[in-house]
Design a protein around this ligand. Structure first.
Ligand SMILES: Cc1ncc(COP(=O)(O)O)c(C=O)c1O
Length: 329
């Protein structure tokens, strides 16, 4: 439908738009259509479309505070609003990842490095004992992908059997960890699902985290779609004990009307992920970064702290407590 080689001469906007009308609308699956029932709902609300347009007309570059202070500060505040809406305790801080898949990769890499004492990011994982990550068979395939990307190896993702309610069986988890330790493996982390993709299975968050703590495992909860439902207090029993998790991912782009992609990762303590993923080349440094929020190379504003307007002079900004990055940047 389009020429096979790029045009030699510029093409007018009218031609481009005519091409769009001729080729694109009938060649798309319209998730916004009122009779679209595939997968699950992931519609963009009108307000989100307008927000997307505002971002697009500015060609916003939001990679760090310095490039777009307002974006960083709005992100920080929105994430804390979401934390409160979901009933998560103060202290959880967050960052927008592009997808839950990315959040899962970040969490699995953090599990790996925390267990290896951060030797992996320095020397690689060859020669280390084999790591083990535990999850139920109801966990999303992006966790398998994360295990592969992290170099841990698919067979070291232990799919622990579920009980009669399709939830990971805490006793089976305990047995699996003990057997692995006896066999010389290094148990590193637990990935729980709250709202599995196929049938909505949810793990027993409280009981399984107790087992994880016995073995010092890092715990990540993938609540990509069902996390939005935790806004309703009457549903929160589905993730009772969530405050014991180290990391939680959920997608406002699934049930909350946000444009695709918008995934939030909450962290109880950003430090392990910062240490795993933070790289600060000179061009990503911001002058005075101890005084501002700067996701790739600076600090999130603690949730108890007032949001600092971009117009506020640096000398009048309150200090922040985590002068390090915790996203991929
Ligand atoms: C439970 C769960 N985790 C992760 C994902 C992946 O989400 P994303 O498309 O944001 O990577 C999905 C997507 O359907 C999901 O249902």
């Amino acid at each position: 439908m389009l020429p096979l080689s790029p045009p030699e001469e510029p093409v007018g906007m009218e031609t481009i738009f005519a091409d769009f009308e001729r080729i694109v609308p009938d060649g798309m699956t319209h998730w916004q259509h009122r009779r679209f029932f595939a997968y699950f709902s992931a519609n963009a609300a009108p307000v989100s479309m307008i927000a997307e347009n505002l971002t697009a007309v500015m060609a916003a570059q939001c990679m760090l505070w310095q490039t777009s202070p307002a974006a960083t500060e709005i992100e920080t505040r929105m994430i804390d609003w979401m934390r409160q809406a979901l009933g998560l305790p103060e202290g959880f801080q967050g960052v927008i990842q592009d997808t839950a898949t990315s959040a899962n990769v970040c969490a699995v890499l953090t599990m790996r490095e925390r267990t290896l004492g951060w030797r992996g990011i320095d020397s690689g994982i060859a020669g280390e004992k084999q790591l083990r990550i535990y999850a139920s068979p109801e966990t999303h395939s992006s966790v398998d992908k994360a295990i592969r990307i992290a170099g841990i190896g698919q067979r070291n993702l232990v799919k622990v059997p579920t009980d009669g309610s399709w939830a990971l069986d805490p006793e089976a988890l305990r047995r699996a960890i003990n057997a692995d330790r006896a066999a010389g493996f290094l148990p590193a982390g637990l990935v729980l699902c709250v709202g599995g993709t196929s049938i909505g299975a949810s793990d027993h968050v409280h009981q399984t985290i107790e087992v994880a703590r016995e073995h010092d495992l890092y715990v990540h909860i993938d609540a990509a779609w069902a996390g939005s439902a935790m806004i309703c207090p009457e549903l929160r029993e589905l993730w009772e004990g969530v405050e014991g998790a180290d990391s939680i991912a959920f997608n406002p782009h699934k049930w909350l009307g946000a444009q695709f992609d918008c995934s939030i990762q909450f962290l109880a303590d950003p430090e392990p992920q910062v240490r795993t993923l933070g790289i600060r080349p000179d061009y990503l440094q911001t002058l005075g970064q101890t005084e501002i929020t700067n996701y790739p190379s600076g600090a999130p504003i603690p949730s108890t702290q007032a949001l600092v307007p971009a117009s506020c002079p640096r000398s009048q900004r309150p200090p922040t407590t985590h002068p390090k990055p915790y996203c991929l940047g």
